[in-house]
Write a protein that binds this ligand. Structure first.
Ligand code: UDP
Length: 483
């Protein structure tokens, strides 16, 4: 580590403010970006809600990682959601957007006006239109960061065209969509972002997403946590509408490569998880045969019904494969985002888990996916989870929950050949069948494509690779904004 510190460039006078949406997936990836920029010598302010910062700062490893950057600071702002409101599920997302518009926007403006040193560039979360509005008002250059895949962003961008072509509202889930350039051959209505399922095209969330995404093209640039070898064809289409796109992902791998390149023995920085991580599952994994375990997680936001959770769990037990199951205490809808202690679990599931499984409330996911015992990932197809799986060459079974996940799962199965898509099905027999396909019948083909893509990911974040060069270009462009 001491060796790394010596290699850090002098802090430049350029000051960048990074403002992600206050939600785990967004904060996770934008904090990685913040670390990369601080490591490159920029002054960085990382702004987020009191709630999120409180969660982050409980983790001393995160604090000590950032303490070594002289020009780095955390700052907080209100997000307008009451402290006692559960921070999962669709209702939370709606409350959050209202709160940001009403409460956060004026506070953000004041903060920028009074900032010392002055902010030379804002990197705003592309779903936060408030950052773009205020940046425009104050004449501060803004680069938008979208934490989702390029393919799902491109579908959001096409919402007005789909409405114009009469493809929205959806009439037939299996009909092919023709208004998203580059996806005509395989994109069904059921693969569109979940918000496109609204029965009325005037639906407020659908309209908001469409508008925010169109507005992304007005920023100085667009930053994406993806890489050219994964999404090149879609990015070519996007470059006809977005003036400057920087693909700098996969961020987790990029960060490890840049910060720990001289220390090959280190596993790299820990993830930016808010929750208490249960590391006991790593010792359990140590005892399992290579490639034998299906890792199961639905991310930080998804809320499932008790029936859905049990269908997955029965499917896993019935498949007779080993599994590591993450079930957050607030995973089940019946508990209103609360504790699941009152839920009685069928005895077959308890016995089945004792025999071949292990259950935790929150796992060190990146380390789990990197563990050689893990042979497959049953995922909700959140973009961070998808990329983390791609990086480690782990094939996936996708059960998308909402938002961009529907599109990610289509690309995983149909375009990249990295796994199976369970789209809209949640049934123990389907789970059992897919686990067997992934872990046995189609194993060889999936492992081969996953290894190939993982290799591309490694190349793009090493010197001369596309993401490596794009990050350098971003840093240079930000320095030029300091006038
Ligand atoms: N994650 C984790 N432990 C878990 C489950 C998830 O550390 O047990 C992390 C995971 O590595 C990923 C993030 O939580 O970085 C989830 O982000 P994603 O975009 O996949 O989904 P979201 O939570 O936004 O739905």
């Amino acid at each position: 580590m001491a060796q790394e510190q010596q290699q850090q460039p002098h802090t430049s006078s350029s000051h960048v403010l990074i403002f992600p949406l206050p939600a785990q997936g967004h904060v996770n990836s934008m904090l990685k970006l913040a670390e990369l920029l601080a490591h490159a010598g920029l002054k960085v302010t990382f702004l987020n809600s009191h709630f999120i910062l409180q969660q982050l700062l409980r983790h001393t490893d995160i604090l000590s990682r950032f303490a070594k950057y002289a020009g780095f600071q955390f700052k907080t702002i209100l997000d307008g959601v009451p402290n006692d409101h559960p921070r999962v599920g669709g209702d939370f997302v709606r409350k959050l957007f209202d709160g940001l518009e009403l409460i956060t926007k004026p506070l953000f403006k004041d903060m920028l006006v009074n900032s010392k040193p002055k902010v030379d560039c804002i990197i705003g979360d592309g779903v936060l239109g408030i950052a773009l509005d205020i940046a425009d008002d104050l004449g501060i250059p803004i680069i938008q960061f979208r934490t989702i895949s390029a393919c799902s962003l491109w579908a959001y961008f096409a919402i007005p065209d789909m409405i114009h072509a009469g493809e929205l509202p959806i009439k037939d889930m299996d009909r092919l969509i023709t208004s998203v350039p580059g996806m005509e051959a395989f994109l069904r209505c059921r693969d569109l972002p979940s918000f496109c399922r609204a029965s009325d095209t005037k639906d407020s969330i659908l309209q908001q997403l469409a508008q925010e995404t169109r507005k992304n093209s007005e920023a100085h640039g667009l930053l994406l946590n993806t890489f050219e070898d994964l999404e090149g064809p879609i990015l070519s289409h996007m470059r006809t509408k977005f003036p400057k796109i920087y693909t700098i992902g996969p961020l987790n791998l990029h960060l490890k490569t840049r910060l720990f390149k001289s220390d090959q023995t280190s596993s790299g920085p820990s993830s930016n998880s808010f929750r208490e991580v249960d590391r006991s599952c790593l010792s359990w994994l140590d005892k399992q045969p290579k490639g034998s375990v299906v890792y199961v997680s639905f991310g930080s936001v998804a809320v499932l019904s008790r029936e859905q959770v049990f269908e997955f769990w029965f499917g896993l037990v019935n498949s007779e494969k080993r599994f590591l199951l993450v079930l957050r205490p607030d995973n089940m809808a019946e508990n209103g985002g609360g504790d699941d202690k009152g839920v009685s679990i069928p005895i077959e599931l308890i016995e089945g888990t004792k025999k071949r499984g292990y259950r935790v409330s929150w796992a060190p996911q990146e380390e789990v996916l990197a563990h050689e015992a893990v042979g497959g990932f049953l995922t909700h197809s959140g973009w961070n989870s998808t990329l983390e799986s791609v990086v480690e060459g782990v094939p996936m079974i996708c059960w998308s929950y909402f938002a961009d996940q529907q599109l990610n799962s289509r690309f995983v199965s149909k375009v990249w050949g990295l796994g199976l898509d369970m789209k809209d099905l949640c049934d123990r027999e389907v789970v059992e069948k897919m686990v067997n396909e992934l872990m046995v019948e189609k194993r060889e083909e999936f492992v081969k494509s996953a290894a190939k893509m993982a290799n591309y990911a490694k190349q793009c974040v090493t010197v001369g690779g596309s993401s490596y060069c794009n990050l350098d270009r971003l840093v240079e462009d930000i320095k030029l904004m300091n006038t």
